[in-house]
Design a binder for this molecule. Sequence first.
Ligand SMILES: Cc1ncc(COP(=O)(O)O)c(C=O)c1O
Length: 418
Amino acid sequence: MPHDPRGFHPETLAIAGGYDPASASGAAKPPVYLSSTFVYESAGQAKDIHEAYFRGTGPEAGKPHYIYARLSHPNLAMLETRLAAIDGAERAAVFASGMATHSAIALQYLRPGDSVLHSRPIYGGTDALYNQMLPHFRIATVPILDGCDGTHIRAQAQKAMAQGPLGLIVIETPANPTAAITDIALVVAVAEEIGRQTGRRPLVVCDNTFLAPFAQRPVEFGVDLCMTSLTKYCGGHSDLLAGGVSGRAEVIDPLLMLRTMLGSHCDPFTCWLVLRSLESVHVRSERAMTNAAAVAAFLRDHPKVAGITYLGFIPEGTPQRAVFDRQCKGAGSTFSFHLHGGEAEAFRLLDALRLVKLAVSLGGSETLACHSASTTHYNVPAPDRLAGGITEGTIRMSVGIEHVDDLIADLAQALEQV
Ligand SMILES: Cc1ncc(COP(=O)(O)O)c(C=O)c1O
């Protein structure tokens, strides 16, 4: 059975998983099911389908039924099956955006009085959710500034627990925008220690957006929730917004139920686009990573560049290198570099680019660059930005799949003008 996930590699599951042509008149590719509601065979069956959905019992339990598209729809189910298969998880839930996914996780798994530990830097929107929105609900947050240092992580966990039971540990690794790395297995081990000590094991959420499913597989390192902004590498063409989270059924199912209330599901056409893009994400990522290695080497050696945080350059013999070698299958294609000078120099470079587009976001086929402090992390207070390594001269680049010589030539002419 070509759609049976058992035994296939993730690259194969990205193409064969989640869709059975027999379910749609033999169409090799899935139709887009543009229907908001689904017809029952009888009033009795309608009752049974609702029992199956809400209670998981009765004659219709376990059968693939749909009720109303906000609860689920065929394209959503296909995408969730494929994403779970690629991530190596039992179940996945797909939302309208990465932030809709993060918000649902926080709403489902935190209660007033809880505390949260999160890596820093972290995407500006996630930072705002945890540090600006959740304090209104009496949820305290404490940052992890060195995600490879067990002593530091445990000390920060104690600080968090002094303010309330630790509900979530949220890590983003590599981090946006600096590609700072957190040891996933170490964080899971700390969560387990806390569980043994307190009787409540915090759930570990890993935002896998920066490397995407083929270059890093957080579920294999024991995280409870592997979150991905599908807007980035998985969508891959900067033409959609979506988010997903994979994990055990017992942690994903409550999120599916919550999504029904929030109405933050992903629509059929966007699901169809992501399902299609997932087929090629591993090849696109490979080319982007090869290009990024060459672009990063060019920038590192340029006299106007003061520093670069590219995973491939983590020095041998450091704890970060050991973690990188253990948990990452590639160095990714998004990184940051810093020019000598500050905002003025960074703006001159960005304004001089001709091929590389000046835009936020990452993981698309085209190369993008932006000034982190004034765009993606604008809303993060300056001291917190600096603590996370984001200076006024930091430029983030997401390298695409164009010919690498054209990218380097564009950067070279722009650097001339700084
Ligand atoms: C690491 C990371 N996580 C989450 C998000 C949020 O995803 P979305 O824009 O799909 O809501 C982003 C967006 O840039 C991101 O970079």
